[in-house]
Design a protein around this ligand. Sequence first.
Ligand SMILES: [Zn+2]
Length: 298
Amino acid sequence: MKAAIGGAAGLMLGAQRAFGAQAGAIRPEAEPLGNDLFLIRIPGEANVVAQTSSAGVLLVDGESAQSIGALTGILSRLPGGGEVHTLFNTHWHPEQTGLNEQVGKAGKTIIAHENTRLWLTTDVKWPWNGRQFKRLPKIAQPNKTFYTNGKLDSGIQYGYISDAAHTDGDLYVYFPQQNVLAVGDVLSNQGWPVVDWVTGGWIGGIVGGLQRISTIGNDKTVIVPGRGPVMTIADLKTQYDMYGAIYDRLSKLLNSGRGPTEAVEAKPAKEFEAKMGNPDEFVRRAFESLWAYVTPDA
Ligand SMILES: [Zn+2]
């Protein structure tokens, strides 16, 4: 049991070795986060956290529809794995809600913030790339929603990240026994995140959301981002500082009457490019999100 948990530092090293390797290298399909808790990372897909118990499997997020076969295969091979009894949707995106229909049809519990349920009852279109999202059938929509926070009988805590970091329905799930915090796409450890301002996300919300989640656990908490390897509180603080700097720069550009293209040309994320990748798309979306936030009727 101690070996399985191994402490946050050991876990981080293990994670970096396993996932920082070249493409094609063998990596575990489920990385232990505790004796009954696992991180599942299918290439190209979002992170999933699975907790096994005699009642079956609890999941935080359910991959996109195209990968649910791979996901259920991995779940069936987990030590103590079984049928999914509870599925959390950290937000409404299809990369998180692919398993919803199967879980709903089985009569099991799908927990989400009420805003996430509402987005899943309507069609959504992203103007920046034309991507369209069809509403989910009723059976696939979350069947247990909340507004502020909640706790399961097993002690697992969940709550609303009300800053609208990624969408206006973001939630976290905290496993106090294992000291693991899953936060969905509010945090990314694999490139720049999408700033989905169509459904409420904005750059100021990223800053506020990271501040909020840094107060949930303690300095040993292992944080599972929406994508990429697990992170420490120190990693989270580094990202908080980065988004804070970008937010300040974009706010100044907005206040001096600049537009999105000028914001991109001003290179407000220059010193972070080496680590995070080309920021242009992120900067444009983040600037638009600021625009949408300060002038909601524009
Ligand atoms: Zn997302």
